[in-house]
Design a protein around this ligand. Structure first.
Ligand SMILES: C[C@@](CO)(OP(=O)(O)O)[C@H](O)COP(=O)(O)OP(=O)(O)OC[C@H]1O[C@@H](n2ccc(N)nc2=O)[C@H](O)[C@@H]1O
Ligand SMILES: Nc1ncnc2c1ncn2[C@@H]1O[C@H](COP(=O)(O)OP(=O)(O)O)[C@@H](O)[C@H]1O
Length: 282
């Protein structure tokens, strides 16, 4: 088989605690990742020219900077066949929005190319390769709702009830680096004990990001009318959760036109993994 289409799903950080700053500048985190059944779509085709190209919604990201390209290049040493890869990208996730679109694109690419180039690498090895592309790549390779520790590489699977989320993108791009290097970021939240509850948690980046980006504060304030709202990752996307699609849709329907949003159910297993399993059975 020479063609494979997979989703690169969004993630949400249902909470994000910052425990410490490491000597290398990175931060020790505790965060609960879940996946949404909504994301970018990538189609991978083997080509005879043995070249790499990406078409579609690549915005203005130079080819060499695209995480999809970096992921393909990272698997070149392991390829077992002399064929190139053509990728078509449909981008549905806001870039730099805290829903992990870039990392998810990279992870989906590693999973797909591993099959198409017959690299035969384990997911553990793909996660190791992926971590060099971004801190969130391993959780997408692992593909299970998880409590993450470290910089996101220590993953403990967690099963959560299916919920519907309304995710709003306030149309501001938050720089992850700017947040993590800011002197006002709290960095000393105590590590969780085993009996953690969602209600005892928060996003440690939220207060700072609200101050730096007032549009995020406005979005969270607006969402609060509908339920407890929170920011994902280092922002800028914010979310509110419901039991039903109809309740999430009601929020989306009244969204001010200056913001974009989407609704989606959560999923304990990444859609990319379910699609890959089906493809392998074909
Ligand atoms: C904190 C999270 C939570 O999901 O935020 P979002 O990016 O999703 O918003 C991620 O782990 C982010 O992952 P990612 O966006 O891949 O970050 P990277 O490219 O690896 O790092 C960007 C920069 O953020 C800082 N950084 C990132 C992760 C971390 N645990 N500690 C850090 O200090 C570093 O300064 C680094 O140079
Ligand atoms: N295929 C890609 N999709 C999205 N962003 C990409 C991609 N390749 C490189 N990037 C870069 O990675 C940065 C972070 O992307 P993203 O994962 O969407 O952010 P976040 O982790 O905040 O959700 C973007 O600002 C963009 O410059």
């Amino acid at each position: 088989m020479t063609t494979l289409t997979l989703m690169a799903p969004a993630k949400l950080n249902l909470f994000l605690h910052i425990n410490a700053k490491r000597a290398d500048g990175y931060h020790e985190l505790e965060t609960l990742f879940t996946f949404l059944e909504f994301g970018d779509e990538l189609t991978f085709r083997l080509n005879e020219q043995d070249c790499i190209n990406i078409i579609g919604d690549t915005a203005d990201i130079p080819l060499e900077d695209n995480l999809i390209y970096k992921a393909i290049r990272a698997l070149q040493p392991y390829k077992q066949i002399q064929k190139g890869i053509s990728v078509t990208l449909t981008k549905n996730l806001p870039m730099g929005g805290g829903v992990g679109g870039g990392s998810s694109d990279a992870a989906t690419t590693l999973l797909a190319i591993n099959q198409l180039w017959q690299c035969n690498l384990s997911n553990q090895k793909l996660a190791q390769i992926g971590l060099k592309l971004g801190a969130d790549v391993p959780v997408f390779i692992n593909g299970k709702t998880a409590l993450a520790q470290g910089v996101g590489e220590n993953l403990m699977p967690v099963t959560l009830e299916k919920r519907w989320f309304c995710v709003v993108f306030p149309n501001v791009h938050v720089s992850t680096k700017k947040v993590f290097t800011h002197p006002d970021l709290p960095r000393d939240t105590k590590k969780l004990t085993t009996d953690w509850k969602l209600s005892n948690t928060r996003n440690d980046c939220e207060t700072l990001v609200k101050k730096l980006y007032p549009e995020v504060e406005k979005t969270l304030g607006w969402l609060l009318k509908y339920g407890p709202s929170r920011m994902t990752g280092t922002g800028a996307c914010c979310f509110v959760e419901f039991d039903s699609a109809a309740a999430a849709q009601r929020v989306l329907s009244s969204l001010p036109s200056c913001w974009q949003g989407f609704i989606a159910p959560s999923s304990n297993i990444s859609v990319a993994h379910m699609q890959l399993d089906n493809w392998l059975k074909m």
